[in-house]
Structure formats: C-alpha cells, structure tokens
Design a protein around this ligand. Structure first.
Ligand SMILES: [Zn+2]
Length: 50
C-alpha cells in the first residue's frame, strides 16, 4: 500500500489515503471525504510513502 496526501476541493482539508494503485497518474480523484462526509473531487498533492 502507498500513502497519498489528498486535498479535498470542497472543504480544502488535506488527509492521507492508503491505496494500492498509482494515484499520481490520475491527478484528481473522486473519493469519499471524511470531513465533508460525501464523495468529492480531491487533488493528489503528493506521495507520502511506499
Ligand atoms: Zn471535504
């Protein structure tokens, strides 16, 4: 699993997601935001660790 820093485009919060696929290739993902408590677009800020 790789940890990624995501930023929600709705609330602006940054949080870490563990995923087994390369999010940096996608640039932007639609994912559940734990702060908005709904699915929103997120910017993939950077990789935290492999
Ligand atoms: Zn959010």
């Amino acid at each position: 699993m790789t940890k990624w820093l995501l930023k929600c485009t709705e609330c602006g919060k940054e949080w870490i997601l563990s995923a087994s696929f390369p999010l940096d290739k996608m640039g932007r993902i639609y994912h559940y935001c734990p702060y908005c408590k709904k699915n929103t677009f997120h910017i993939v800020v950077r990789k935290i660790e492999d």
